[in-house]
Design a protein around this ligand. Sequence first.
Ligand SMILES: Cc1ncc(COP(=O)(O)O)c(C=O)c1O
Length: 462
Amino acid sequence: MTGHINLQLGWPSPAIFPSAQVLEGASNVLSSPEKAATALVYGPDAGYAPLRESIANWLSSIYSRDHAITPDRVCITNGASGNLDNILARFTEPGYTRNIWMIEPSYFLACPIFLDNGFEGRLRGVPEDDEGLDTQFLRNALEESERNATQQVPLVKKAPRYEKLYKHIIYAVPTFSNPSGKTMSLRRRHELIRLAREFDALVVTDDVYDVLRWPQEEDADISRLGDVPPRIVDADRFLDGGPKDKWGNAMSNGSFSKIIAPGIRVGWAEATPALSLALSTVGATRSGGCPTQISASFVHEMLDSGSLQKYLNETVIPTFRKRFYGMMKAIDQRLVPLGFEVSVGKPYERAPPPTNGLTNGHSNGDQSIPPEAGGYFTYLTLPMDQSGKGAELAAQALKDFDLKFAFGDMFKVHGDDSCAERAAKGFGKGIRLSWAWHTTDEIIEGIERLAQLIERERKRGV
Ligand SMILES: Cc1ncc(COP(=O)(O)O)c(C=O)c1O
């Protein structure tokens, strides 16, 4: 097989795009004068109302069957990236907001969004271990940050519209993380929300891969999977009696980019009603309306008719599942014997639920629940003799094998020297591979090329 193989790309492959379902949604809207009139005007600040409702119902069925998520908790966004920008514009002021804490290895494309909002020099990495974000490290770092803080009041954003500014932003991808592939345990999720409450932090989570899940073992029954791990925003909703105040300390950043197609540019934010309302009134939205009105109306049709869920169950999940097993087998056969290790942490650890409402199957009780895999990515540690050579190997792979993959140093937190030091000892020795873009055969070919690269390097004695 020849041709370029890109195992770096975290994009869903066009072959599985739900064009027919989008077309059906579009035609339902545009052939109805009433729907078209709503979809083609400026959108309301919080977004297309029917979609807010259908998302709230869909999220309730996934995360909170016992306590329905109400539409006033949800506002429509133009994706997780655009919404991160809005969150910073509305709820932070660099200086008063001391730091942005990013789980490391980090989703590196988030860094420029923080920089554009004035946070150069204020980004800090927080290491991830096998259970997710290291909350003890974060506690120590938050304490130090508070000791060194010089600005106790906002200097610029003093108008009533900035009724709430947070002192810290914590950014993470708790489930099937990009890039590490790790899923944070329930215990850590709870510790994180308690820390956020203590230090006046807003935890912003990109919950964009949560629903793409299947058993780790090929022969396990997918219907036996446990419930989706609760998001940090679910923990804030219920833990220790619920949010500390009307704003809360968590915001879930959801997106249809990974489950419909990135070009659809529709996402949602979920938080307390007060936070969602304030978020939806950023200046650009007040002027231009919700930034994704017509696409939102198409997505609503897909959610409401069930065609989106059917497409997820019948196309996206089976496709990615099959590719995942193909990739894992190839890694086992070709890369593990060369000294690579798969390092995506422990499978999600459920713990006994607290006594206050998190009853959505979040307990460890049933031992027959198979360990799960999912999302878009796996993370491999390079063989010992190749560690520290990630960037070099990636360049060689591209030049001589027409193969692309992402290497550990790409995932450093911008401007944080201690993160760079930790990278050199840890995640910097790894590479990230995605199964989202290529077919199983192409993925297997990509792994083969990677194995040949390592064999060649060894022969050359480098
Ligand atoms: C963790 C994470 N957040 C955000 C995004 C981008 O989301 P959106 O397309 O909704 O802007 C991605 C895409 O790769 C991602 O992996």
